[in-house]
Design a protein around this ligand. Structure first.
Ligand code: ARG
Length: 563
């Protein structure tokens, strides 16, 4: 596509002596293949009306691959390309792929980014509340790798702070060694839910006995009191083992796992340093940093009045650690929307403390599920927590229903396809709806629908046996044109995602491609053709499959062998 863009830019240079970057967007089939609004964008600068400009560009345009170019509406230029030229272009682009991977680029070469996910809180079992940070985080990691960045993946465990204290108090009140040994993570979940409820009641009655006790445990842990350390290690081990099991099932790993507790002591030191420098100040025994000059009127608190560290204390040390070790260009952090303001504060704090504000907070909405009668409800509301483990079990059961003879491997792949794809069916800033019916529908906007198209192509290719080399000039490529245009768009989309992080657009793209393939397959014979036509068709669907499989892989979704 680059060549056509260059031809248009050349025409503009010749006509108006201007250097501009032309963008081509896919257009509705009935108008052509691509469109550009460049004539409208130039109108002011050139002092002519857009249609006039468009007409001049069209007359000046010389490009072998253009079949026709027309003005539309207020000054769009619609371009129809020759089918054969498009097929050749696609072939060249695939051949020239960076690292042999179509869509990959070198934008990130010599740069490092940190991708932080899923970063669950260890005092709770890995619940549905953290599935989005796991899935969104993984997709951004894959995308950045594809663009050539050195990527550090880090699971920033919430293994410090108030939750720890709650855990100990809850354990002492409601549980026993015996029960904990027997039920492990489920027992911890039960304890956590009970103590949270009780603390809520206490707070609404204007009391704080439990909260105070929890704080004392936290203080003891920070001062390395042996009993507190023992509790912490014991709970953390149960929680970590569980988290790793779930991450394995999700096919998600991180290279590092530096939790909040790793940063507590350095964080406390840094707070003292900031106090000395006058960046931080004391306020009613607590330590705060004011951020007014960033337009943020709420100071960020770095130490509580009782001396313990806070979320921001450990994050401050995290910022320093990352800068020192990798000097990342960006740090991607995925959490729910409610931490939006906090990360704005944190970037401002970074600057005040002398670091670059590199945090890119990619926040998301909640997970809802569809309930009988058609309504939606917050997924974690029923029993307090929906364990991810249970969610995965349920998804596998559903996947089994849809794939009665599938291998275990296929069933697991389809279950992951359904769950993960659902996370990308809308802008991550919206809530995501788990509608179990449509999540598995091979007709609907679902992961299994995309997987199914890839599986179908595989079975056609398996049947086709050995195919002759493709002779690009020996065939018209008319019926394949729309598929080819879409395939050419894949690298452009991945380039856009690099800047917008709107990974749901990849899901829509893949679904659209899968649907176009299905239509193509219904309307055209493939296996019963022969000669150049057959090899052209097989070549085209091979590329469709390649993009479907790779695109799904970016979203963390495996493609099963069979479905
Ligand atoms: N554990 C936190 C939570 O679940 C998310 C951590 C985000 N990362 C960070 N550096 N603060 O809310």
């Amino acid at each position: 596509m680059q060549e056509v863009v260059l031809s248009i830019e050349k025409a503009i240079k010749y006509l108006f002596d201007l250097e501009v970057a032309v963008e081509l967007t896919l257009t509705d089939e009935q108008f052509g293949d691509y469109a550009t609004n460049i004539a409208m964008r130039l109108s002011k600068k050139v002092g002519q009306n857009p249609r006039e400009i468009a007409q001049k560009i069209i007359e000046q345009l010389k490009d072998e691959s253009i079949e026709k170019a027309e003005i539309a509406g207020p000054g769009f230029i619609n371009i129809t390309l020759k089918s054969e030229a498009l097929a050749t272009m696609l072939n060249q682009e695939i051949q020239a792929s960076h690292n042999g991977e179509y869509g990959a680029s070198e934008i990130g070469a010599d740069h490092t980014v940190v991708c932080e996910f899923p970063s669950p809180n260890m005092a709770k079992p890995f619940s549905v509340g953290h599935i989005r940070s796991a899935l969104q985080g993984w997709a951004i990691y894959k995308l950045m790798k594809l663009h050539g960045y050195a990527v550090i993946t880090d699971n920033h465990l919430g293994d410090s702070g108030t939750p720890f204290g709650k855990w100990v108090v809850g354990f002492q009140r409601y549980s026993s060694d015996e029960q904990l040994n027997q039920d492990g993570i489920n027992e911890l979940a039960r304890v956590y839910i009970s103590i949270t409820a009780e603390m809520k009641e206490e707070a609404s009655a204007g009391q704080s006995a439990i909260a105070d006790e929890a704080q004392q445990w936290l203080q003891r842990l920070e001062s390395k009191d042996p009993e507190a350390v023992e509790f912490s290690e014991r709970f953390n081990k149960i929680s970590l083992d569980h988290m790793h099991q779930v991450m394995n099932r999700l096919n998600i790993q991180t290279e590092l796992e530096l939790g909040e507790s790793f940063y507590v002591s350095r964080g406390q030191e840094m707070v003292d340093e900031l106090l000395e420098k006058g960046v931080a100040k004391n306020s009613e025994d607590a330590v705060i940093v004011e951020l007014d000059e960033f337009g943020i009127n709420t100071p960020i608190m770095l130490r509580k009045a009782n001396g313990t560290a806070l979320y921001a204390t450990t994050d401050l040390a995290t910022i320093e650690y990352r800068e020192k070790h990798w000097s990342p260009e960006k740090v991607f952090i995925h959490t729910g929307e409610e931490q939006n303001f906090y990360f704005r504060q944190l970037n401002a704090l970074s600057e005040k403390a002398g670091f670059k504000p590199v945090i890119q907070h990619l926040w998301h909405g909640l997970v809802d599920q569809k309930v009988e009668g058609g309504g939606r409800e917050k997924m974690s509301s029923r029993k307090g927590v929906v364990l991810l483990q249970d969610l995965l079990d349920y998804a596998e059961e559903e996947a089994r229903k849809h794939n009665k003879d599938g291998s275990d491997e296929s069933v697991k792949a389809v279950a992951l396809g359904a769950i993960k794809f659902a996370d990308f069916t809308a802008d991550r800033k919206n809530g995501v709806l788990f509608d179990w019916e449509s999540m598995f529908s091979v007709q609907g906007f679902s992961g299994p629908a995309v997987q199914y198209a890839a599986v179908r192509i595989k079975s056609i290719l398996d049947k086709a046996g050995v195919v002759d080399d493709v002779d690009f000039s020996a065939y018209e490529w008319k019926d394949e044109k729309r598929l080819i245009v879409k395939l050419l768009h894949y690298p452009i989309l991945l380039r856009e995602l690099h800047d917008s992080y709107e990974m749901h657009k990849l899901a829509s793209y893949l679904y659209d491609l899968a649907r176009s393939f299905n239509r193509y397959y219904e309307e055209h014979r493939i296996l019963t053709t022969s000669g150049p036509e057959k090899s052209a068709k097989l070549w085209t669907i091979t590329q469709v499959r390649m993009v479907l499989v790779r695109g799904l892989d970016i979203l963390g979704i495996p493609t099963p062998e069979k479905m």
